[in-house]
Write a protein that binds this ligand. Sequence first.
Ligand code: ADP
Ligand code: MG
Length: 547
Amino acid sequence: MTIRRLDAETVDRIAAGEVVTRPARVVAELVENSLDAGADDVAIEVDGDGTDRIRVVDDGRGMDAEMAELAVERHTTSKLPEGDLTGVETLGFRGEALASVAEVATLEVTTNDGGPRGTRVVVEDGETDVAPAGRAEGTTVEVRDLFHNRRARRDSLASPKAEFARISGLVSRYALVRPSVRFRLHHDGREVFATPGSGDYADALLGVYDRQVASRSTELDAETGVDDRSVAIRGALCYPSITRSTRDHVYVAVNGRPLTDERLRRAVVAGYGSLLPSGRAPVAVVDVSLPSGAVDPNVHPAKERVAVRAADAVESAVERAVADALSTADLRRSAEVSMDLDSTLSPLETDSVFDDATVVGQFRGLYLLCAADDGLLVVDQHAAHERVNYERLRAAVDEASVPSATLDPPETVSLSPAAAAAAEAHRETLRRLGFDVAAFGGNTYRLRSVPAPLGRVADVDAFREALAALRSGEDPDGRRDELLADLACHPSLKAGDDLTTDEASALLDRLGQCDQPFACPHGRPTVLEIEEQALARGFEREATRFG
Ligand code: ADP
Ligand code: MG
């Protein structure tokens, strides 16, 4: 591996921007260099807000003395052997990070490429000093007094807490999308988090989050084709029982490069579909591997976005992969009994996910109690029935239109002028949803037919809701799903409905055959599981085994 200086033409093609805008950018560039050097272990130490000291220690390939001296100069890189920007597979390629850092801080690089001795290069106030130094193979980069000569930059930084939060968030992104690398983050001498580098996404989640998040996740590992390129989609999806109010916990990456790509994030969330309660976002890690020629990483100064060929098709592939992985995952939730459940949810391999369960009773006309292999399932019969109805309705509704029922006589609806205009503008969409509406003079309209899949007949309120949703710009397919969800709810079992054991078993069977048995169409859970272990622990049986 050699480092060369980029020619002027290549430099011109680089999407330049100020590299070092805040401490977190320094951390990102140093971590990327460690990953590009093939490190299996990356330790990051930060003091204060990062301007005091940032240190990144890796066990990567390292550099010999000559390389190390060149590396701190501008536009020198080992990563573009042909000066060719297409097909870059490394995280770095611009050859300016170390030089930019050296301009605004004291930079000390101690490195060894596996030779008998290492090298230390110190750049301070424009002076470069190179000396031999002891170090095992790998590289340590220390950045001190960041922005000491950039008053304005320094003054524009947020509080130390906020700057460190950015750093911590950023290191989490790399740690989660590179689970085979061991990451450790220290702040003011204290460990903030560490991942084991096992290659397992759940282990990385355990390091960055906690046991609850890690144990309630399923692996994503899909291989598919887009055009004639192969696409691998890997990661971990937390069950919808774990949600957040923003999409910040949806980590997306392309070829192991973490990105802040809203479209990819949206595709991941869309894959969860109706499993998520409305307004909530999941915790998920999704890395999309594409042939390097299909990705241009040179479109954003901080490399937080890339250009992907056939991005729409890639996004649909991601959405499908997420939906498929969740439809085979066992998403039954653990009920919180009066003790901490150290629960792991092991996936089932059967077709009906409740094959192993038998109804043993009903509680308060609300819940079915079922004996399952590992414990007691508590099924919310209303939520379960809604899910079953919803999937039946969806199956009955073809892609293009919803079956409708004629209202005879038609219902008269009076609409505000704006709503009337919307009803005209969206007439075709409304028709596809099953609503046929015609002007009747003034602001009065006649509703001649309404959606009626499987005999469930919508009403005037459903029409007003659909119209309001279309006016607010909601996508018609989403509206159709909502409509079906509401229709599914309408005639579902209510609280206090007694079921015979046969009816209860049939409901459980049907639920088990659903694509998404673990949530009602509005995203609430259908099944809670109380593990036998939890009962054993509660009753202090087998204390040695579980205690
Ligand atoms: P770039 O990463 O775009 O090449 P940098 O300024 O970040 O530019 O680094 C310049 C060069 O220094 C890299 O191409 C690489 O050869 C070398 N280098 C930097 N950091 C490391 C590291 N941690 N381990 C090994 N080599 C490194
Ligand atoms: Mg770099």
